[in-house]
Design a protein around this ligand. Structure first.
Ligand code: BG6
Ligand code: MG
Length: 216
């Protein structure tokens, strides 16, 4: 038995949903009379829905009552789900399914560590709901990335030491969360954004078992 684990973020690592979060948040900002850039959007990745709304309202210099915030949180999720519910298996990002299967085939554990409250819905839509030994999502956590909670909960549930876990992340906040848990972080996406990662791949099609920093 090899006591190692790979922990995968969902949005932007396993499934191509990061763009739908961006579109829905932009629609919300536009509805309130302002806009924000793709560069600003990088800092929303990995952040919970509620905290993302506060960050965006702050960019637009808009103050809202709790009732109005609740309305916009529900509206954003409705817009987001309109796109998500039209996805199928083709929304799985290149290499993700194969790599997860390869990791399992040699006895390493797998977990999904996501801030999203829609994680199980999305996994079912793309047919990956049985692919992970453990799933920790935004319905189970109380602290948002860059807090390490989501990843330490995965490792604890798998009974694997933090130093023997590798996290795959497309978000700066997620890389920081992994590092502060004492885990190894592999960036998925843009090298210029994910500077603190051990190394960065474009997508999981660039990954193989030899690149994992585990002792053979
Ligand atoms: C993260 C995304 O995975 O989940 C964030 O990177 C998103 O953009 C967060 O805000 C929460 O997702 P949801 O689906 O609960 O709104
Ligand atoms: Mg992500």
């Amino acid at each position: 038995m090899k006591n190692y684990a790979c922990i995968f973020d969902l949005d932007g690592v396993v499934v191509d949903t990061a763009k739908f979060h961006f579109l829905a948040w932009q629609k919300l900002a536009n509805s309130l009379g302002f806009n924000f850039s793709e560069h600003q959007n990088e800092s929303l990745k990995g952040i919970s829905r509620k905290e993302s709304l506060d960050i965006i309202l702050n960019w637009g210099k808009i103050e809202l009552s709790d009732t109005a915030k609740q309305y916009w949180l529900e509206t954003k999720n409705k817009w987001y789900l309109e796109n998500v519910l039209q996805m199928d298996k083709t929304a799985i990002l290149p290499g993700a399914k194969d790599f997860i299967e390869r990791v399992k085939s040699v006895g390493y554990k797998t977990a999904l560590g996501s801030a999203s409250k829609n994680a199980t819905t999305i996994l079912k839509i793309v047919g990956l709901d049985a692919s992970f030994d453990v799933i920790v999502d935004g319905n189970k956590t109380t602290k948002s990335k860059p807090d390490p909670q989501v990843f330490t909960m995965c490792a604890d549930a798998l009974n694997i030491e933090y130093k023997n876990c590798v996290v795959f992340e497309d978000a700066e906040a997620g890389i920081e969360a992994a590092l502060s848990a004492g885990m190894y972080a592999i960036g998925v996406g843009d090298k210029m954004v994910l500077k603190k990662a051990g190394f960065v791949v474009k997508d999981l099609s660039e990954m193989n078992l030899e690149r994992l920093p585990f002792k053979k």
